[in-house]
Design a protein around this ligand. Sequence first.
Ligand code: AMP
Length: 280
Amino acid sequence: MQIIRTVSELRRWSREQRASGKIIGLVPTMGALHAGHASLIRAAHKECNAVAVSIFVNPTQFGPNEDFSRYPRTFDADCALAEKEGAEVIFAPGVEEIYPAGAATFVEVEGLSDRLDGASRPGHFRGVATVVAKLLIAADPDRAYFGQKDAAQVAVLRRMVADLRLGTEIVVCPIVRDTDGLALSSRNVYLSTAERQQALVLSRSIRTVESLYAQGERNSAKLLAAVKEVFSTEPEIRIDYIEIVDWATLLPVETAMPGTLFAVAAVVGSTRLIDNTVLR
Ligand code: AMP
């Protein structure tokens, strides 16, 4: 496995792969890789024959009081995991490689960027869209792999790829959970034992909505009321949002239907966690 540090080398690698007829897959990450990331790399390896994993803790998607400086960084373990799952390249640029001195160009997906996580994390999706656009332009992959875990991010990136007419197909992989139901996240390491227990209310709320929906409940207000009741069992948790939305527009819907997104975000201790389900 090759470690690439510059955009020009990544571009050269991609051009060589394409010239030799290979299908290129890209898995963008911020590192601290876990089984959720592994599932993305595995999916890419299955469907593509040249897979690059990017590892870049992107400063522009963190707010001023967020965890950029303490975000977990586990580069050697990440390389081992990526290689094991079939990655051929790790793209691990420095900040100045992605944002050259004086960088003044950003990608803004209007509207969508202010919804769900974007509402409580101003500028977050501008940072995400900008870095992913840079990665897609440099690597020019046939397919790029993202987790449904970050469902609002998926909506923003699908819109961006369509609007910029980028030639990459966005592939969305299911949420990987721990055995207790907690969605895997690089931020779970911040949780104390007690907080981890409290955090299970997120996945409990997901299962509540799924089972009410399976029983035929379609009224969003009623589904949301049931979820609030579930959250009331953990009064120490601060709810950031609980929403039932159209997955493409991220706007609330009154009536849930197949493809509707139920998404939650909550702060447990000082850790912000998200979870969701797409109703089927
Ligand atoms: P991150 O490193 O947190 O930026 O995540 C990189 C990619 O991995 C994103 O597309 C995430 O949605 C995805 N991801 C993170 N956690 C999970 C999970 N538990 N299951 C599936 N995909 C995930």
